[in-house]
Design a protein around this ligand. Sequence first.
Ligand code: SF4
Length: 326
Amino acid sequence: MSEKLLEIHDLEVIYKTGLETVYAVNKINLSLEKGKTLGLVGETGAGKTTTALAILALLPERTAHVKGEIIFDGQDLLQLKEYELREIRGEKISMIFQDPMSSLNPILTVGSQISEALTLHNDQNRSKEEIEARVEEVLEMVGIPAFRKKDYPHQFSGGMKQRVVIAIALACEPELLIADEPTTALDVTIQAQVLAMMNELRERLQTSMIMITHDLGIVAQTCDDVAVMYAGEIIEYGSAADIFTGDKHHPYTVGLFGSIPNLEVDSPRLSPIEGLMPDPTDLPKGCKFSPRCPQCMDICREVPPADYVNGGHRICCHLYNKEGTK
Ligand code: SF4
């Protein structure tokens, strides 16, 4: 039977300042099995990165109010103390941040940046020489010659820097890797190489992965399950087959697919989703997508929709909860 590595229940993240209250993540539920990849998809501002930062407890303490449960390996991460979280970050859960250019320290060699994680989480009591050997091994694993460990970040191209960031994230062989738009800053050919390498490493190390992206092509190549996020909510959730080939979808998911060029259909223009994501300080009362939804009904503006559930496929939309269509 499949084993759950991560379960998130009713996660809510609200930023409160003296000036405003931002509803960034609104009671989301998701789970991830060992060795599987979950895609978190959605536009900028949907709450994807905030969800990832909440898992790692890296949100600003003074302004971010986090509620719910984040169960990782049987422990609720939201109940742990900072020193307990430090044992988990980098060792059991690692994150690849969006921009490789700003994730690396420009005044340290890449080798020392990889060895830092290994030294901090040295459960195996590795000697200095063993840590150096592991640094070389990890660099080779991501396709960078070991002798380049003495080089500084500015001596690497964008794609190579991203490989270094991945090497740092994988150095301690984490159980969960969160990749936040890992290829957005890269050109298309390097993107393909980095994705192929991540897939290969995941297979080899059996690491579970959360892939945050707005690119459905990347989801199709890498993910087993997909959660589509909109305005801090998961509006559709299911296996990659449910999302890519199922016959029922949330109108927002339909819009996302309509925004992708289809080489098999002769169409003069794409069909983008009209309008913008709602202001997170002033979210619509009913369905958050109602101001942009081409199928909006009266009930949608007043009542938040419940999930329509079909096996593992969930769609949060009134269209499917009407009597007779369930
Ligand atoms: Fe559109 Fe209504 Fe469904 Fe929201 S609940 S996505 S407004 S049909």
